[in-house]
Design a protein around this ligand. Sequence first.
Ligand SMILES: *[C@@H]1O[C@H](CO)[C@@H](O)[C@H](O)[C@H]1NC(C)=O
Ligand SMILES: *[C@@H]1O[C@H](CO)[C@@H](O)[C@H](O)[C@H]1NC(C)=O
Ligand SMILES: *[C@@H]1O[C@H](CO)[C@@H](O)[C@H](O)[C@H]1NC(C)=O
Length: 486
Amino acid sequence: MLLILNLIIAVCLIQLSSQDDYAINNKKFPDSFLFGASTAAYQIEGGWNEDGKGPSIWDTFTHNHPELISDRSNADVTCDSYHKYKEDVLLLKNLGVNIYRFSISWSRILPTGLPDEINENGIQYYRNLIDELKANGIEPLVTLYHWDLPQGLSDRGGFLSDEFPKWFADYSRIVFQNFANDVNYWVTFNEPIYGCSGYGNDRAAPAVNQSGVGEYICAHNLLKAHAAAYHLYRKEFPQNEGKFSMAIPVEYAVPNSTKAEDVAAAEQKMQFTVGWYARPLYAGDYPEIMKTRIAKRSAAEGFKKSRLPEFTDEEKRNIKNTMDYFALNSYTLNYIYAIAEPPITSPPTVSNDVGVGVIWPTTGDGTLGMTDLARWISKEYNNPDIILTENGYGGSSKDLEDPERISKIQNSLSRFKDALDEGVKLFGYCVWSLMDNYEWNQGYTVKYGIHQVDFSDKNRTRTAKKSAKWYKNVIKTRCLVDNCIE
Ligand SMILES: *[C@@H]1O[C@H](CO)[C@@H](O)[C@H](O)[C@H]1NC(C)=O
Ligand SMILES: *[C@@H]1O[C@H](CO)[C@@H](O)[C@H](O)[C@H]1NC(C)=O
Ligand SMILES: *[C@@H]1O[C@H](CO)[C@@H](O)[C@H](O)[C@H]1NC(C)=O
């Protein structure tokens, strides 16, 4: 997760409606529903240069720019999961989860990012983790890329390089050669819009240093990379039937009023954020509204071509239908209102291309749009299978009593369950996060864990918070309240 609220200026704060009259869903989750927890390599592993691992852009960035991290920290050790993975699996087992979402550190397996050198120790680490999960009946959901680009590839142009799709496919092949038999659910990229869009977490990724241009090239290359890995898998691993997705982050766009222009603005925001990635993966090309708006603004700015790159027909065919399920990360919503066409600026910006007004919700109503969000995805992409790959609560408290986290998770799950009861094909939920960890530019100041980690103790002792006990009971009873009706 990343905390972007403080990087975006809230126009004003409103409370459209309250949760007060909302009743938590009291129907049981089906036995097939997958409950789980999520983490990411850089945020939990530590062992940043151990046993042959190469540096990632986050290693370089945190070492060179501690002043850009809230507490000047880095993730050289963080939760020390590189050594403590068995304890992590024990936490998962105690929770009773069905599934664990973690990511593979590309530069732990390929120190330079390229397949010329393979670090067997890195492969062994993930082999051990996966074996430990399977021995405990926990299904792995593996993210191939969660923001820790090998430094070696960043030096070669990173996401902006035409070679990026090939680099990603070569890396994926090595992962598949080792783990295709063990993994049924793959996520290629985590929250690419934040990796590409200049919103904060990309501060480590110079790839996006070309406002209004670089973000689109980056997205274009990530979409091609996703498709390259997808087709490589289908072609070279025909005996395996793994399913692929990208983890798409959504702040559901709620129209700020019932006025037609606000409703249209909210839809525009969804197309420019979710549709930017999901529409090509389902239908082969960017949403029409993106193509027309960016082309028009590009012309007014004096660009010879649209700043939004075009896919060739072959690329469209290749990218289309490569989303086997929808991996959804969602924490909150936005209220959206129509604004006048933003002025032409130099450099251009993505937010002017989006061209809507955004209001962030006040604390407490961030879960209100989640039923509508599930409905929107279902309708927009022809009723796909959907899994929440991230949802949770971040705060600064170190307390083991965390009622706000329980409330947020309970309300989110309930709103999604309401959609499931209507026929939206939600098949799982992974809470972010299994434990407190390194929250990117926020360092250790923001905690998302249902387990506390004592970062001042060499042992990095993990302790269950109240939310972990609550979640364990939900998983056991498949129920969000004291007594469910069947
Ligand atoms: C973009 O890169 C140039 C050269 O590396 C650097 O001087 C400049 O500060 C960067 N701009 C941003 C917005 O990161
Ligand atoms: C958004 O909605 C609130 C509540 O109805 C209203 O007070 C506010 O003026 C609206 N903001 C904009 C920019 O339309
Ligand atoms: C370190 O953590 C483990 C697992 O939580 C625990 O069993 C052990 O006693 C701890 N050691 C110390 C010195 O705290």
